[in-house]
Design a protein around this ligand. Structure first.
Ligand code: COA
Length: 176
């Protein structure tokens, strides 16, 4: 195994954009695009940004809440633009912005923003280290600082959930 430290990469190097024309197969009962289609697209875009950074396969470990600001209609062009905002040792946060475009007028609306966390995995599906992420502007540094706070919050939440699970399994009927 190599001992060389992975070379740091920029946010720009992780950027990807997925573009799809929404058809009737993606519609819900109201004729709007199904929310799950947009969630899948956001997950794919975020995963591609993470894979591009890590140069490895990744798994999704967290998808933060996703708010649908505007409905997306059949016949619109949907874009999911993803970039990394944070990396830990093996985990990476991606921000995904979703926009819908009317192909006849070119008018675009922002419909969602989602934050997802991925973990780079080796060929035995174990977490593996990823290259550091470097900020090239003060705005990018601010983005990374905010992302670090979100990830610290998630880790604290995970620790609370695990402690609650352990307490429940220790206080179940069998142990009384
Ligand atoms: C992701 C996975 C490999 C992590 O395995 P693990 O044994 O929990 O490994 P770790 O505890 O070392 O966590 C790995 C990294 O993920 C982060 N992580 C794990 N759970 C997390 C959570 N709920 N929130 C935020 N980060 C989390 C850890 O903080 C760690 O990050 P770091 O290395 O940057 O510090 C494992 O949970 C898994 O395989 N999950 C299923 C993933 C999957 O199948 N996704 C598809 C959707 S079904």
């Amino acid at each position: 195994m190599s001992n060389t430290k992975p070379t740091a990469k920029t946010i720009a190097e992780s950027r990807v954009e997925l573009v799809h024309l929404m058809g009737p197969g993606q519609a819900n009962g109201l004729g709007n695009v199904h929310g799950g289609v947009i969630m899948q697209m956001a997950d794919e875009a975020g995963a591609l940004a993470a894979m591009r950074h890590a140069n490895s396969y990744v798994v999704t470990v967290v998808m933060d809440s996703m708010t649908f600001i505007e409905p997306i209609l059949v016949g619109q062009i949907v874009r999911a633009s993803a970039e990394l905002t944070y990396v830990g040792r093996t985990s990476m946060e991606a921000r995904v912005e979703v926009t819908a475009e009317n192909p006849l007028t070119g008018a675009r609306t922002r419909t969602n923003t989602a934050y997802l966390v991925y973990v780079a995995i080796d060929n035995l599906h174990r977490p593996q280290p990823v290259p550091p992420l470097v900020a090239t502007t003060p705005d990018e540094q601010a983005t990374m600082d905010e992302a670090r706070e979100r990830q610290e919050y998630r880790k604290a939440q995970r620790a609370r959930d695990e402690a609650a699970r352990a307490a429940r399994s220790g206080s179940g009927p069998a142990s009384r």
